[in-house]
Design a protein around this ligand. Structure first.
Ligand SMILES: NC(=O)c1ccc[n+]([C@@H]2O[C@H](COP(=O)([O-])OP(=O)(O)OC[C@H]3O[C@@H](n4cnc5c(N)ncnc54)[C@H](O)[C@@H]3O)[C@@H](O)[C@H]2O)c1
Ligand SMILES: O=c1ccn([C@@H]2O[C@H](COP(=O)(O)OP(=O)(O)O[C@H]3OC[C@@H](O)[C@H](O)[C@H]3O)[C@@H](O)[C@H]2O)c(=O)[nH]1
Length: 362
Protein backbone atom coordinates (compact mmCIF):
# COMPACT_ATOMS: atom_id res chain seq x y z
CA UNK A 1 0.00 0.00 0.00
CA UNK A 2 1.24 3.43 -0.84
CA UNK A 3 2.92 5.80 1.61
CA UNK A 4 2.23 9.38 2.65
CA UNK A 5 1.10 12.21 0.41
CA UNK A 6 3.33 15.08 -0.57
CA UNK A 7 2.37 17.18 2.43
CA UNK A 8 3.80 14.61 4.77
CA UNK A 9 0.37 14.14 6.38
CA UNK A 10 -1.25 10.72 6.38
CA UNK A 11 -3.71 11.32 3.57
CA UNK A 12 -3.45 7.86 2.12
CA UNK A 13 -5.33 4.78 3.24
CA UNK A 14 -4.38 1.27 4.23
CA UNK A 15 -7.73 -0.05 3.02
CA UNK A 16 -7.06 -3.12 0.82
CA UNK A 17 -7.62 -2.47 -2.87
CA UNK A 18 -10.64 -4.15 -4.45
CA UNK A 19 -10.11 -7.72 -5.60
CA UNK A 20 -9.21 -8.09 -9.25
CA UNK A 21 -12.19 -8.97 -11.39
CA UNK A 22 -13.26 -12.64 -11.22
CA UNK A 23 -12.35 -12.84 -14.91
CA UNK A 24 -8.74 -12.32 -13.90
CA UNK A 25 -9.00 -15.74 -12.35
CA UNK A 26 -11.35 -17.53 -14.67
CA UNK A 27 -10.24 -16.44 -18.10
CA UNK A 28 -6.49 -16.51 -17.90
CA UNK A 29 -5.35 -17.89 -14.61
CA UNK A 30 -7.57 -20.79 -13.53
CA UNK A 31 -6.04 -22.87 -10.74
CA UNK A 32 -3.21 -20.42 -10.14
CA UNK A 33 -4.64 -18.88 -6.99
CA UNK A 34 -5.26 -21.15 -4.05
CA UNK A 35 -5.59 -18.26 -1.61
CA UNK A 36 -8.20 -15.66 -2.51
CA UNK A 37 -7.66 -13.48 0.57
CA UNK A 38 -7.01 -9.93 -0.76
CA UNK A 39 -4.45 -9.24 1.99
CA UNK A 40 -2.27 -12.17 1.11
CA UNK A 41 -3.02 -12.35 -2.59
CA UNK A 42 0.10 -12.12 -4.71
CA UNK A 43 -0.19 -12.27 -8.47
CA UNK A 44 2.18 -14.93 -9.79
CA UNK A 45 5.22 -13.54 -11.56
CA UNK A 46 4.61 -15.68 -14.60
CA UNK A 47 1.20 -14.09 -15.35
CA UNK A 48 0.93 -11.47 -18.05
CA UNK A 49 0.30 -7.89 -16.95
CA UNK A 50 -2.68 -6.42 -18.79
CA UNK A 51 -2.02 -2.72 -19.17
CA UNK A 52 -4.41 -0.07 -20.45
CA UNK A 53 -2.94 3.17 -21.83
CA UNK A 54 -5.58 5.84 -22.40
CA UNK A 55 -4.37 8.46 -24.87
CA UNK A 56 -1.83 5.91 -26.08
CA UNK A 57 -1.96 7.17 -29.68
CA UNK A 58 -0.60 10.54 -28.58
CA UNK A 59 2.93 11.81 -28.15
CA UNK A 60 3.93 10.57 -24.67
CA UNK A 61 1.44 7.68 -24.75
CA UNK A 62 2.91 6.10 -27.89
CA UNK A 63 6.45 6.24 -26.47
CA UNK A 64 5.14 4.67 -23.27
CA UNK A 65 3.52 1.90 -25.31
CA UNK A 66 6.83 1.24 -27.10
CA UNK A 67 8.58 0.81 -23.76
CA UNK A 68 5.83 -1.34 -22.22
CA UNK A 69 5.74 -3.61 -25.30
CA UNK A 70 9.47 -4.37 -24.85
CA UNK A 71 8.46 -6.54 -21.89
CA UNK A 72 7.08 -9.83 -23.21
CA UNK A 73 4.96 -10.24 -20.09
CA UNK A 74 2.94 -7.11 -20.92
CA UNK A 75 -0.31 -7.11 -22.91
CA UNK A 76 -1.06 -3.52 -23.88
CA UNK A 77 -4.45 -2.08 -24.78
CA UNK A 78 -4.70 1.50 -26.04
CA UNK A 79 -7.90 3.51 -26.05
CA UNK A 80 -7.90 6.81 -27.89
CA UNK A 81 -10.40 9.05 -29.68
CA UNK A 82 -7.66 10.37 -32.05
CA UNK A 83 -8.39 14.02 -31.24
CA UNK A 84 -4.69 14.88 -31.08
CA UNK A 85 -3.24 11.39 -31.46
CA UNK A 86 -2.82 9.16 -34.48
CA UNK A 87 -2.79 5.46 -35.34
CA UNK A 88 0.39 6.21 -37.19
CA UNK A 89 2.21 6.60 -33.85
CA UNK A 90 1.36 2.97 -33.06
CA UNK A 91 1.71 1.47 -36.53
CA UNK A 92 4.52 -0.89 -35.55
CA UNK A 93 2.29 -2.59 -32.95
CA UNK A 94 -0.94 -2.91 -34.91
CA UNK A 95 -1.53 -6.64 -35.46
CA UNK A 96 0.88 -7.67 -32.68
CA UNK A 97 -0.67 -10.46 -30.54
CA UNK A 98 0.05 -8.62 -27.26
CA UNK A 99 -1.37 -5.31 -28.52
CA UNK A 100 -4.91 -4.01 -28.98
CA UNK A 101 -6.12 -0.62 -30.18
CA UNK A 102 -9.65 0.60 -29.42
CA UNK A 103 -11.24 3.79 -30.74
CA UNK A 104 -12.96 5.06 -27.62
CA UNK A 105 -13.67 8.33 -25.88
CA UNK A 106 -12.90 8.19 -22.15
CA UNK A 107 -15.89 10.40 -21.39
CA UNK A 108 -17.89 7.20 -22.04
CA UNK A 109 -17.64 4.20 -19.66
CA UNK A 110 -15.23 1.44 -20.64
CA UNK A 111 -15.74 -2.20 -19.69
CA UNK A 112 -12.56 -4.23 -20.10
CA UNK A 113 -10.33 -6.34 -17.84
CA UNK A 114 -6.94 -4.87 -16.94
CA UNK A 115 -4.38 -4.87 -14.12
CA UNK A 116 -2.86 -1.41 -14.60
CA UNK A 117 -4.16 1.81 -16.14
CA UNK A 118 -1.93 4.61 -17.40
CA UNK A 119 -4.48 7.39 -17.80
CA UNK A 120 -3.09 9.94 -20.26
CA UNK A 121 -6.11 10.76 -22.42
CA UNK A 122 -6.43 14.54 -22.63
CA UNK A 123 -5.29 17.12 -25.18
CA UNK A 124 -2.08 18.69 -23.84
CA UNK A 125 -1.21 21.53 -26.19
CA UNK A 126 -2.84 24.82 -25.13
CA UNK A 127 -4.15 25.38 -28.68
CA UNK A 128 -5.95 22.02 -28.61
CA UNK A 129 -7.20 22.08 -25.03
CA UNK A 130 -8.64 25.58 -25.55
CA UNK A 131 -10.28 24.57 -28.86
CA UNK A 132 -13.21 22.90 -27.08
CA UNK A 133 -12.79 23.78 -23.40
CA UNK A 134 -16.01 22.09 -22.31
CA UNK A 135 -14.83 18.85 -23.89
CA UNK A 136 -11.43 19.27 -22.21
CA UNK A 137 -12.95 19.57 -18.78
CA UNK A 138 -15.29 16.64 -19.47
CA UNK A 139 -12.27 14.59 -20.49
CA UNK A 140 -10.45 15.49 -17.29
CA UNK A 141 -13.38 15.04 -14.93
CA UNK A 142 -15.75 12.48 -16.47
CA UNK A 143 -12.89 10.69 -18.23
CA UNK A 144 -10.97 10.30 -14.96
CA UNK A 145 -14.14 9.24 -13.12
CA UNK A 146 -14.74 6.56 -15.73
CA UNK A 147 -11.17 5.27 -15.49
CA UNK A 148 -11.37 5.25 -11.68
CA UNK A 149 -14.66 3.35 -11.95
CA UNK A 150 -12.92 0.83 -14.17
CA UNK A 151 -9.98 0.59 -11.71
CA UNK A 152 -12.44 -0.02 -8.88
CA UNK A 153 -14.41 -2.68 -10.74
CA UNK A 154 -11.37 -4.72 -11.80
CA UNK A 155 -9.01 -3.88 -8.91
CA UNK A 156 -6.44 -2.20 -11.16
CA UNK A 157 -3.73 0.26 -10.16
CA UNK A 158 -4.20 3.60 -11.92
CA UNK A 159 -1.68 6.32 -12.79
CA UNK A 160 -2.85 9.82 -13.76
CA UNK A 161 -0.66 12.07 -15.88
CA UNK A 162 -1.30 15.36 -14.15
CA UNK A 163 0.64 18.46 -15.00
CA UNK A 164 2.87 21.27 -13.80
CA UNK A 165 -0.09 23.48 -14.78
CA UNK A 166 -1.70 22.58 -11.43
CA UNK A 167 0.78 25.12 -10.01
CA UNK A 168 -0.72 27.78 -12.31
CA UNK A 169 1.43 30.92 -12.48
CA UNK A 170 3.60 29.81 -9.56
CA UNK A 171 4.64 32.16 -6.80
CA UNK A 172 7.15 29.64 -5.45
CA UNK A 173 10.13 28.69 -7.55
CA UNK A 174 11.11 25.94 -8.24
CA UNK A 175 7.85 24.13 -7.55
CA UNK A 176 7.78 21.34 -4.94
CA UNK A 177 4.80 19.00 -4.73
CA UNK A 178 3.77 20.63 -1.45
CA UNK A 179 2.98 23.90 -3.27
CA UNK A 180 -0.78 24.30 -3.77
CA UNK A 181 -0.47 26.58 -6.75
CA UNK A 182 -1.73 29.92 -8.03
CA UNK A 183 -4.44 29.08 -10.55
CA UNK A 184 -7.06 31.27 -12.20
CA UNK A 185 -10.30 29.26 -11.85
CA UNK A 186 -12.15 31.14 -14.62
CA UNK A 187 -9.47 31.74 -17.22
CA UNK A 188 -9.01 30.29 -20.68
CA UNK A 189 -6.51 27.71 -19.38
CA UNK A 190 -8.77 26.62 -16.49
CA UNK A 191 -10.44 23.81 -18.44
CA UNK A 192 -7.03 22.13 -18.42
CA UNK A 193 -5.37 23.16 -15.17
CA UNK A 194 -8.47 23.14 -12.98
CA UNK A 195 -9.59 19.99 -14.81
CA UNK A 196 -6.36 18.25 -13.83
CA UNK A 197 -6.71 19.53 -10.27
CA UNK A 198 -10.17 17.94 -10.03
CA UNK A 199 -8.75 14.77 -11.59
CA UNK A 200 -6.12 14.66 -8.80
CA UNK A 201 -8.87 15.18 -6.20
CA UNK A 202 -10.90 12.32 -7.66
CA UNK A 203 -7.85 10.06 -7.58
CA UNK A 204 -7.31 10.69 -3.88
CA UNK A 205 -11.02 10.39 -3.03
CA UNK A 206 -11.24 7.01 -4.76
CA UNK A 207 -8.05 5.98 -2.96
CA UNK A 208 -9.30 6.97 0.50
CA UNK A 209 -12.90 5.90 -0.01
CA UNK A 210 -12.45 2.71 -2.01
CA UNK A 211 -8.82 1.67 -1.45
CA UNK A 212 -7.93 2.10 -5.13
CA UNK A 213 -4.18 2.00 -5.73
CA UNK A 214 -3.32 5.36 -7.28
CA UNK A 215 -0.24 7.07 -8.71
CA UNK A 216 -0.10 10.74 -9.74
CA UNK A 217 2.67 12.17 -11.93
CA UNK A 218 2.93 15.93 -12.32
CA UNK A 219 4.54 16.17 -15.73
CA UNK A 220 6.56 19.24 -16.75
CA UNK A 221 6.97 20.29 -20.39
CA UNK A 222 8.02 17.25 -22.39
CA UNK A 223 9.32 17.16 -25.95
CA UNK A 224 10.61 14.65 -28.49
CA UNK A 225 9.92 12.82 -31.73
CA UNK A 226 6.26 12.26 -32.74
CA UNK A 227 4.98 15.56 -31.40
CA UNK A 228 2.45 16.84 -33.91
CA UNK A 229 4.25 19.10 -36.40
CA UNK A 230 1.62 21.79 -35.95
CA UNK A 231 0.99 20.94 -32.32
CA UNK A 232 1.35 24.56 -31.22
CA UNK A 233 3.68 23.86 -28.31
CA UNK A 234 6.87 25.81 -28.22
CA UNK A 235 9.53 23.19 -28.99
CA UNK A 236 7.62 21.68 -31.92
CA UNK A 237 6.76 25.18 -33.20
CA UNK A 238 10.38 26.37 -33.15
CA UNK A 239 11.78 23.20 -34.76
CA UNK A 240 9.15 23.19 -37.51
CA UNK A 241 9.68 26.91 -38.11
CA UNK A 242 13.47 26.52 -38.27
CA UNK A 243 13.19 23.66 -40.76
CA UNK A 244 10.69 25.54 -42.93
CA UNK A 245 12.92 28.63 -42.87
CA UNK A 246 10.25 30.69 -41.08
CA UNK A 247 10.81 33.14 -38.23
CA UNK A 248 10.73 31.65 -34.75
CA UNK A 249 7.68 33.09 -32.97
CA UNK A 250 8.63 34.02 -29.40
CA UNK A 251 5.55 35.06 -27.45
CA UNK A 252 6.05 38.18 -25.37
CA UNK A 253 7.84 38.92 -23.18
CA UNK A 254 10.19 36.02 -24.02
CA UNK A 255 11.62 36.03 -20.50
CA UNK A 256 9.05 33.47 -19.31
CA UNK A 257 10.75 30.17 -18.47
CA UNK A 258 10.07 26.48 -18.94
CA UNK A 259 11.99 23.29 -18.12
CA UNK A 260 12.04 20.74 -20.91
CA UNK A 261 12.17 16.97 -20.39
CA UNK A 262 13.04 14.54 -23.18
CA UNK A 263 10.34 11.94 -23.73
CA UNK A 264 12.46 8.82 -22.96
CA UNK A 265 13.27 10.24 -19.52
CA UNK A 266 9.58 10.96 -18.98
CA UNK A 267 8.53 7.40 -19.88
CA UNK A 268 11.16 5.98 -17.54
CA UNK A 269 9.83 8.17 -14.70
CA UNK A 270 6.20 7.17 -15.35
CA UNK A 271 6.99 3.45 -15.30
CA UNK A 272 9.03 3.79 -12.09
CA UNK A 273 6.16 5.64 -10.46
CA UNK A 274 3.63 2.98 -11.52
CA UNK A 275 5.85 0.15 -10.29
CA UNK A 276 6.85 1.86 -7.03
CA UNK A 277 5.09 2.15 -3.69
CA UNK A 278 4.26 5.87 -3.57
CA UNK A 279 0.98 7.46 -4.55
CA UNK A 280 2.57 10.79 -5.42
CA UNK A 281 1.89 13.39 -6.58
CA UNK A 282 5.47 13.38 -7.82
CA UNK A 283 6.98 15.97 -10.17
CA UNK A 284 8.55 14.41 -13.25
CA UNK A 285 10.48 16.87 -15.33
CA UNK A 286 13.92 18.18 -16.18
CA UNK A 287 15.03 21.03 -13.90
CA UNK A 288 17.12 22.67 -16.66
CA UNK A 289 15.34 26.05 -16.99
CA UNK A 290 15.32 28.26 -20.11
CA UNK A 291 13.65 31.48 -21.16
CA UNK A 292 11.73 31.24 -24.44
CA UNK A 293 14.26 33.61 -26.00
CA UNK A 294 17.08 31.27 -24.93
CA UNK A 295 15.19 28.33 -26.40
CA UNK A 296 14.75 30.19 -29.70
CA UNK A 297 18.46 31.09 -29.78
CA UNK A 298 19.40 27.46 -29.15
CA UNK A 299 17.09 26.12 -31.88
CA UNK A 300 18.41 28.75 -34.29
CA UNK A 301 22.03 27.86 -33.51
CA UNK A 302 21.51 24.08 -33.74
CA UNK A 303 19.07 23.85 -36.65
CA UNK A 304 19.03 26.93 -38.86
CA UNK A 305 21.23 29.98 -38.06
CA UNK A 306 19.60 31.87 -40.94
CA UNK A 307 16.12 32.18 -39.44
CA UNK A 308 15.00 35.27 -37.57
CA UNK A 309 13.43 35.46 -34.15
CA UNK A 310 10.29 37.56 -34.00
CA UNK A 311 8.29 38.67 -30.96
CA UNK A 312 4.53 38.00 -31.15
CA UNK A 313 1.56 38.56 -28.83
CA UNK A 314 1.07 36.10 -26.00
CA UNK A 315 -2.13 34.44 -24.74
CA UNK A 316 -3.78 35.14 -21.32
CA UNK A 317 -2.49 33.59 -18.09
CA UNK A 318 0.76 32.30 -19.55
CA UNK A 319 2.82 31.12 -16.53
CA UNK A 320 5.90 33.33 -16.08
CA UNK A 321 8.23 30.70 -14.70
CA UNK A 322 8.28 26.96 -14.29
CA UNK A 323 10.87 24.55 -12.97
CA UNK A 324 10.32 21.28 -11.11
CA UNK A 325 11.78 20.47 -7.73
CA UNK A 326 12.57 16.80 -8.35
CA UNK A 327 13.98 15.89 -4.92
CA UNK A 328 11.04 13.57 -4.32
CA UNK A 329 11.43 11.75 -7.65
CA UNK A 330 15.14 11.27 -6.93
CA UNK A 331 14.54 9.97 -3.43
CA UNK A 332 11.44 7.85 -3.93
CA UNK A 333 11.85 6.65 -7.51
CA UNK A 334 15.64 6.81 -7.91
CA UNK A 335 14.84 8.85 -11.03
CA UNK A 336 16.41 11.86 -12.65
CA UNK A 337 16.52 12.95 -16.28
CA UNK A 338 19.53 12.01 -18.40
CA UNK A 339 18.98 13.84 -21.70
CA UNK A 340 20.00 17.50 -21.82
CA UNK A 341 18.12 19.96 -24.05
CA UNK A 342 21.05 20.25 -26.47
CA UNK A 343 21.08 16.46 -26.86
CA UNK A 344 17.32 16.05 -27.20
CA UNK A 345 16.70 18.80 -29.77
CA UNK A 346 18.77 17.10 -32.53
CA UNK A 347 16.88 13.82 -31.95
CA UNK A 348 13.61 15.65 -32.46
CA UNK A 349 15.02 17.54 -35.45
CA UNK A 350 15.80 14.23 -37.16
CA UNK A 351 12.18 13.05 -36.77
CA UNK A 352 10.77 16.41 -37.95
CA UNK A 353 13.10 16.43 -40.99
CA UNK A 354 11.81 13.01 -42.03
CA UNK A 355 8.17 13.99 -41.61
CA UNK A 356 8.57 17.40 -43.27
CA UNK A 357 10.79 15.99 -46.02
CA UNK A 358 13.56 18.53 -45.34
CA UNK A 359 17.03 17.06 -45.78
CA UNK A 360 20.08 18.34 -43.92
CA UNK A 361 22.51 20.47 -45.92
CA UNK A 362 26.04 19.12 -45.62
N1 LIG B 1 3.63 16.76 -23.11
C1 LIG B 1 3.69 17.53 -22.04
O1 LIG B 1 4.51 18.46 -21.96
C2 LIG B 1 2.77 17.29 -20.88
C3 LIG B 1 2.95 18.04 -19.72
C4 LIG B 1 2.11 17.83 -18.65
C5 LIG B 1 1.13 16.85 -18.70
N2 LIG B 1 0.98 16.14 -19.82
C6 LIG B 1 -0.09 15.13 -19.85
O2 LIG B 1 0.35 13.93 -20.46
C7 LIG B 1 -0.70 13.35 -21.22
C8 LIG B 1 -0.25 13.11 -22.65
O3 LIG B 1 0.17 14.32 -23.22
P1 LIG B 1 0.78 14.39 -24.69
O4 LIG B 1 1.78 15.46 -24.70
O5 LIG B 1 1.16 13.02 -25.14
O6 LIG B 1 -0.48 14.89 -25.50
P2 LIG B 1 -1.17 14.38 -26.84
O7 LIG B 1 -2.18 15.40 -27.19
O8 LIG B 1 -0.14 14.02 -27.85
O9 LIG B 1 -1.85 13.03 -26.38
C9 LIG B 1 -3.12 12.97 -25.77
C10 LIG B 1 -3.86 11.77 -26.34
O10 LIG B 1 -5.14 11.67 -25.69
C11 LIG B 1 -6.13 11.45 -26.70
N3 LIG B 1 -7.40 11.96 -26.18
C12 LIG B 1 -7.73 13.26 -25.92
N4 LIG B 1 -8.99 13.33 -25.44
C13 LIG B 1 -9.45 12.04 -25.37
C14 LIG B 1 -10.67 11.46 -24.98
N5 LIG B 1 -11.70 12.21 -24.55
N6 LIG B 1 -10.81 10.12 -25.07
C15 LIG B 1 -9.80 9.35 -25.53
N7 LIG B 1 -8.62 9.85 -25.92
C16 LIG B 1 -8.45 11.19 -25.85
C17 LIG B 1 -5.62 12.20 -27.90
O11 LIG B 1 -6.20 11.80 -29.11
C18 LIG B 1 -4.12 11.89 -27.84
O12 LIG B 1 -3.81 10.69 -28.48
C19 LIG B 1 -1.89 14.30 -21.09
O13 LIG B 1 -2.72 13.83 -20.06
C20 LIG B 1 -1.26 15.61 -20.68
O14 LIG B 1 -2.14 16.39 -19.93
C21 LIG B 1 1.77 16.33 -20.92
O1 LIG C 1 5.28 29.54 -30.77
C1 LIG C 1 5.35 29.66 -29.54
C2 LIG C 1 4.60 28.84 -28.65
C3 LIG C 1 4.72 29.03 -27.30
N1 LIG C 1 5.56 30.00 -26.81
C4 LIG C 1 5.75 30.17 -25.36
O2 LIG C 1 6.37 29.01 -24.88
C5 LIG C 1 5.96 28.74 -23.56
C6 LIG C 1 5.51 27.29 -23.49
O3 LIG C 1 4.29 27.19 -24.20
P1 LIG C 1 3.69 25.74 -24.62
O4 LIG C 1 2.49 26.03 -25.42
O5 LIG C 1 4.74 24.90 -25.22
O6 LIG C 1 3.30 25.02 -23.26
P2 LIG C 1 2.92 25.53 -21.80
O7 LIG C 1 4.13 25.47 -20.96
O8 LIG C 1 2.20 26.84 -21.87
O9 LIG C 1 1.92 24.42 -21.35
C7 LIG C 1 2.38 23.08 -21.39
O10 LIG C 1 2.84 22.74 -20.16
C8 LIG C 1 2.18 21.87 -19.34
C9 LIG C 1 1.51 20.74 -20.04
O11 LIG C 1 0.54 20.17 -19.22
C10 LIG C 1 0.95 21.04 -21.33
O12 LIG C 1 1.24 19.96 -22.16
C11 LIG C 1 1.36 22.24 -22.06
O13 LIG C 1 0.20 22.91 -22.21
C12 LIG C 1 4.88 29.76 -23.23
O14 LIG C 1 5.45 30.79 -22.46
C13 LIG C 1 4.46 30.32 -24.58
O15 LIG C 1 4.07 31.67 -24.48
C14 LIG C 1 6.30 30.79 -27.68
O16 LIG C 1 7.06 31.65 -27.25
N2 LIG C 1 6.15 30.59 -29.01
Amino acid sequence: MAANSSNGEQQTTSKPPPLPSPLRFSKFFQDIFADMNPNTLVLPVQSNMRILVTGGAGFIGSHLVDKLMENEKNEVTVVDNYFTGSKDNLRKWIGHPRFELIRHDVTEPLLIEVDQIYHLACPASPIFYKYNPVKTIKTNVIGTLNMLGLAKRVGARILLTSTSEVYGDPLIHPQPETYWGNVNPIGVRSCYDEGKRVAETLMFDYHRQHGIEIRIARIFNTYGPRMNIDDGRVVSNFIAQALRGESLTVQKPGTQTRSFCYVSDMVDGLIRLMEGENTGPINIGNPGEFTMLELAETVKELINPEVEIKMVENTPDDPRQRKPDIAKAKELLGWEPKVKLREGLPLMEEDFRLRLGVTKKI
